[in-house]
Design a protein around this ligand. Structure first.
Ligand code: PEP
Ligand code: MG
Length: 519
């Protein structure tokens, strides 16, 4: 949750402790100042001077006499702890800027919020990017892993993930699948007492973790891993070939890939294109909204390996468990039922426009389709299409770029004919569709059984969606996690699905499963 809106440490400071508390603030300001300097230098080298200037401006704010005096005055007057002092003073400044008539001054409010977040984090001793510095052969043990935690993850060094919260469909599980490493969810706080350097064995198949295994256990495990690898190699050999059922019906197996590594793995495993590119990685953990130039450059790097393949780029799907520090969202009691996906994009049009300009600018070079997340009403697709049209005209783009709808809410299924009518294709996101249909949080492990039942329950909804897609002669794929789970392949094909989009590491297994099915 955003550090500016949540409750944290609050205490009274005695008069004789004021000096000490003031020093805490000063030290935090100095530390943030030096971090900003480092970031500025990196951005100058890797992005451009203009973006680097933002950090220079932030550095100057930290040295502003008026601000420093304000902090000291607040502390002396209120006798409250440093974190609260910083929050109050910066909040006042930011409110003052926000209520200005002048747009330029209004923008400064975001700078104040951003700085305030940094200083409070520093005061609270939050260490950022620990996941960036993981040593080789690491297993991550944590309470929960948010998508924003994983952006800077050193992927090469992760061997497994052990978490207290989450489940098969959570974003951390999707990440693990993307990495091809086991992830285990263990609803037991004691895992958080596991000390660094403890040896762990994770059995992703059985959902078991062994702490400090003995030689015999390690031996048993090694045999199992060898067997699994052999089977995987055999399946992978055939995965470049197309997947057809026993009766010769072709099923497309696309990939859900979100970064360079996953794109490469997807191509290696013979994907029939990328059915879901989650763009969020380019947005999370940014200090400011990424520029068009930044997006273009990074998209190019990621898409490079799939130059001849079709790639479906899903527009930014934040809200829910993915929050952006530079968009001021009022804290929501239930963010999964709030400003998420397309709703947020339509509210923050600047973010939508910059994103579409970057994506549409690459249409000639790559085979791109655009997918709109979290649709509930047909008018949401139409409104996005309007913006797409406007930008295409601005860019004088003549090449067509299809726009599809993500079907992941019960409302979108209820409105499916009207949505299909204004969409070039459909993609069913079962992770959210199950969550919203079964009224069960996708990260709520204690309700996991409802997720399994949910997969069966939503087959009827999937049939309705496929039927509408056929009626309007548009393609329809399933891109939620159940598409990559062998046990659901047959029911999905029976429901009429002809395209699946799965985690890259699952492609060989799903293709193999399809070959065994006779419908
Ligand atoms: C889904 O909801 O099924 C989906 C693919 O989107 P995400 O998992 O990113 O919410
Ligand atoms: Mg979703």
């Amino acid at each position: 949750r955003d550090i500016l809106t949540r409750d944290f440490l609050s205490y009274i400071v005695k008069e004789e402790e004021v000096e000490e508390e003031l020093k805490r603030i000063q030290d935090a300001l100095d530390q943030v100042h030096s971090e900003l300097h480092q970031t500025k230098e990196v951005v100058k080298k890797t992005v451009n001077k203009q973006n680097a200037d933002i950090f220079e401006a932030h550095k100057m704010i930290l040295k502003d006499e008026k601000l420093l005096m304000g902090l000291e005055k607040e502390l002396n007057r209120e006798l409250i702890n440093a974190e609260q002092v910083v929050r109050n003073v910066f909040r006042r400044w930011s409110n003052r800027f926000r209520s200005s008539e002048n747009e330029f001054i209004q923008d400064k409010a975001d700078d104040m919020d951003d700085l305030s977040r940094r200083i409070i984090r520093e005061l609270l001793g939050y260490k950022r990017n620990v996941l960036e510095q993981l040593p080789p052969n690491s297993i991550i043990v944590a309470k929960r892993l948010l998508p924003s935690d994983t952006v800077n993850l050193n992927r090469k060094n992760v061997q497994g993930i052990l978490l207290e919260e989450g489940g098969y469909n959570s974003h951390s599980a999707i990440l693990a699948r993307g990495l091809g490493v086991p992830a285990i969810y263990c609803q037991n706080e004691s895992i958080l007492n596991i000390k660094r350097k403890t040896a762990l064995l994770l059995d992703g198949e059985r959902g078991k973790v062994v702490v400090n295994p003995d030689k015999k256990e390690i031996g048993r495990f090694e045999t199992k891993v060898k067997k699994f690898k052999k089977q995987k190699d055999l399946t992978t050999q055939k995965s470049k070939q197309k997947a057809e059922t026993k009766k010769g019906k072709r099923i497309l197996v696309r990939a859900n890939a979100s970064n360079k590594e996953e794109f490469k793995e997807a191509i290696k495993n013979g994907c029939d294109g990328v059915g879901l590119f989650r763009i969020e990685g380019l947005y999370l953990e940014h200090k400011t909204a990424p520029s068009q130039e930044y997006l273009t450059r990074h998209l190019k790097q990621i898409l490079k390996s799939a130059r001849n393949k079709e790639v479906v780029i899903r527009l930014l799907d934040v809200g829910g468990d993915k929050q952006l520090s530079y968009i001021n969202i009022e804290e929501e009691r239930n963010p999964f039922l709030g400003l998420r996906g397309v709703r947020l994009l339509l509210k923050h049009k600047k973010i939508l426009r910059t994103q579409l300009q970057a994506i549409l600018g690459l249409v000639g070079e790559f085979n791109i389709k655009i997918l709109v997340p979290m649709i509930t009403l047909p008018k949401e697709v139409s409104e996005v299409r309007e913006v797409v049209k406007e930008i295409k005209e601005k860019l004088k783009l003549e090449t067509a770029c299809e726009v599809g709808s993500m079907i992941e809410t019960p409302a979108s299924v209820a409105n499916i004919d009207k949505i299909a009518e204004v969409s070039d294709f459909l993609s069913i996101g079962t992770n959210d569709l199950i969550q919203y249909t079964m009224a069960v949080g996708r990260e709520n492990m204690s309700m996991a059984q409802y997720y399994h039942e949910g997969a069966e329950t939503i087959m009827k909804l999937i049939k309705d969606v496929v039927h509408a897609a056929d009626k309007f002669s548009i393609p329809c794929s399933v891109c939620g996690e159940i598409a990559g789970d062998e046990q659901y392949v047959e029911p999905l094909l029976k429901a009429g699905v002809k395209e699946l989009s799965v985690s890259p590491s699952r492609i060989p297994f799903i293709k193999e499963k399809i070959r065994k099915i006779s419908l």
